[in-house]
Design a protein around this ligand. Structure first.
Ligand code: NDP
Length: 495
């Protein structure tokens, strides 16, 4: 049997395995195969990574932004060459089906290319002065050393969303990826290395959140933290960062609704919910976890959904014909099965699925059936984030009730409505409490050139991607140039 490939930490442009450190392995959630072996970084390793980033920062900051953008373009090229191989690593390490594994890498390529262009923009503004012969403008400056802490569900796309935006703005970065997708992060970092990102500008530390992550968050040289993950972890990172007055950007959970009105194209809405709820085994922060059906189409739509699920193929995610792979880990499986138990115990009607899958194709992995509950709004399964292939179906008597149900959760990331009524479409865009609303499309499907993020417990107000991505990673410097030759006093000189 081939031995498991070993990866080190990437610090100051070199891969290194400090002696005496524990190692951990990542495993394929479909069959238990080992995918990579990684160093459990200790706080002193994190300290060295931050020191390397701090040392590299001044030169990178002073490198013209278009040059930084050119290096990112080379990163995108490297990722493009490796799309198939990294896509397969994504599928083997995280379990999403291979089309989505490739999609994860494609999203990385798209975003890195998009950010490369930002190297020739990074726009500030010029505004008039109230005084004679005085010029006022703003420029964007990098923050310094930035920590990027990322989850496992988009194991290449999310690291790239953060790293490429931080780098084009002139920051140096220490990346701490989710432990169970450390190989994906290492493959991403190798692409940056091959593209010629200078030593120390991007560093990778692997290891458990409670040790490696905490050390990174607490290091006083880290000026900003970009975190994507669960609400509880995000809250902890926020509090720790706040003590040192660091800027902390949080992208957290969701409980995203798809509303289907009585005038909707039901076939379209059906395709939408199948993809939204069960794509990536429901483990997208934008996954559809609530289906709110107008009462007039409730029975017909639910019947058609259950019919389609009967032929849904759950299995090997590397098989192109598979519709849904495993969930990402034993912990995920446990959590999902626990929510299925909670659903049944709180009186929800299990309409489809609900079981762990057994048999030769499944026994070495974490396979759960796509699961549908009919439930009332207010149950735990209708309000808490499950992050798995479990859909709660809710009934609404009209548009207003559908919106009320949709909004009555602690999260506000994505949302969707299927209707042919143009007024309702626009009302929904105004009235749904979410960072993203889709009309006649599922709750998933972000595009890199548009802002991404949410309201309520989904985050703390920032957005990633789109042209606003650079706001997370820059400070605004205001400059005044007085060419009058004498002292002028704003607000005081005679008018
Ligand atoms: P976690 O919050 O468990 O982990 C996220 C990252 O934080 C991991 O790298 C983890 O490391 C690290 N971490 C854990 N504890 C600490 C700590 N004390 N200090 C610093 N870092 C720490 O989330 P998951 O990885 O389980 O991801 C799933 C969650 O992410 C879901 O709730 C989902 O909704 C959310 N998510 C949100 C998105 C959004 O954009 N809004 C997008 C994708 C996911 P380790 O792996 O070693 O524990």
């Amino acid at each position: 049997m081939a031995s498991t490939e070993e990866f080190g930490l990437f610090i100051d442009g070199k891969w290194e395995s400090p002696p005496g450190r524990d190692r951990f392995v990542t495993k394929n959630p479909a069959n238990g195969e080992e995918v990579g072996s990684f160093v459990s970084a200790q706080p002193e390793d994190v300290g060295r990574a931050v020191a390397a980033a701090a040392k590299a920062f001044p030169h990178w900051r002073d490198t013209p932004a278009p040059k930084r953008g050119e290096i990112l373009l080379r990163v995108a090229e490297e990722l493009r060459h490796r799309k198939e191989s990294i896509g397969r690593v994504v599928t083997r390490e995280m379990g999403k089906v291979i089309a989505e594994g490739r999609g994860d890498v494609q999203e990385s390529i798209d975003f890195v290319e998009y950010m490369a262009g930002e190297g020739r923009r990074l726009a500030g503004e010029t505004v008039p002065s109230e005084l004679f012969r005085k010029f006022c403008l703003t420029v964007r400056q990098p923050k310094g050393v930035v920590a990027c802490i990322t989850p496992w569900n988009f194991p290449t796309a999310i690291p790239n969303w953060k790293v490429a935006a931080a780098l084009v703005c002139g920051n140096s970065v220490v990346l701490k990826p989710a432990s169970n997708t450390a190989r994906c992060a290492a493959e991403v970092v190798k692409a940056y290395e091959a593209a010629g990102v200078p030593p120390g500008v991007l560093n990778l530390v692997t290891g458990p959140g409670g040790v490696t992550g905490n050390a990174l968050v607490d290091d006083p040289r880290v000026r900003a933290i970009s975190f994507t993950g669960g609400v509880e972890t995000g809250r902890e990172v926020y509090v720790r960062g706040a003590r040192a007055l660091k800027m902390v950007h949080l992208e957290l959970g969701g409980k995203n609704p798809q509303i289907v009105m009585d005038d909707a194209d039901l076939t379209l809405a059906l395709e939408g919910v199948l993809f939204g709820a069960f794509g990536t085994s429901g483990q997208r922060c934008t996954a559809t976890s609530r289906l709110i059906l107008h009462e007039k189409i409730y029975d017909e739509f639910l019947g058609r959904l259950l019919e389609r699920l009967r032929s849904f193929r759950v299995g090997d995610p590397l098989d192109e014909k598979t519709d849904m792979g495993p969930v990402a880990s034993a912990d995920q499986e446990k959590k999902v099965l626990e929510y299925i138990r909670i659903g049944s115990s709180e009186g929800a009607k299990l309409a489809g699925g609900g079981e762990k899958l057994h048999g030769n194709d499944y026994d070495r992995g974490f396979f759960v059936q796509p699961t549908v509950f009919e439930t009332k709004h207010g149950t735990r399964i209708s309000k808490e984030e499950i992050f798995g292939p479990v859909l709660s179906v809710l009934r609404a008597k009209d548009y207003d009730e559908a919106i009320r149900i949709a909004n009555d959760v602690d999260y506000g990331l994505s949302s969707s409505i299927y209707t042919r009524d143009v007024s309702r479409s626009f009302r929904a865009i105004q009235e749904l409490e979410a960072g993203i609303t889709y009309v006649n499309a599922p709750t998933i499907g972000a595009e890199v050139q548009l802002p991404f993020g949410g309201v309520k417990n989904t985050g703390n107000g920032g957005r990633e991607a789109g042209s606003v991505a650079i706001e997370e990673f820059t400070e605004i410097k205001t400059a005044f140039i007085d060419f009058s030759g004498h002292l002028q006093k704003a607000q005081i000189d005679p008018r």
